[in-house]
Write a new protein. Structure first.
Length: 116
């Protein structure tokens, strides 16, 4: 019996919330909103795991994961917002170029023909 990847969502969300809570409670980088930062990363990973590799997930998954990393850098004072936002805009454009690679399939729900 094969289980759906969608059943991964509740336990991963609980683990993320618990991990963020624990990191805040024990004082590891107390100025970091761990639930937000880890939530972005987990959402990116879940996008890739649940959707597989397609033209949409290769943009959304890595974007959320890298947004999580940049958020951590900003919250720890290593990066300012006026640097973070342009990096995210550039990243979105680069990932959209990657999604145009012909060997990356369109999402199943879009059918065979897609101009993503």
């Amino acid at each position: 019996m094969k289980t759906s990847n969608k059943t991964l969502i509740p336990p991963v969300v609980l683990i993320t919330i618990g991990t963020g809570w624990l990191l805040t409670t024990i004082g590891i980088a107390p100025g970091v909103d761990w639930v937000w930062t880890l939530g972005l990363a987990i959402a990116g990973l879940l996008t890739l795991v649940i959707c597989g590799i397609d033209k949409l997930s290769v943009v959304i998954g890595p974007f959320l994961i890298l947004a999580s990393c940049l958020s951590l850098l900003r919250q720890t004072g290593r990066l300012t917002t006026n640097i973070e936002i342009p990096i995210l805009v550039i990243l979105a454009g680069l990932l959209m170029f990657v999604a145009r690679i012909p060997s990356i399939p369109a999402p199943k729900w879009m059918g065979k023909e897609s101009d993503l």
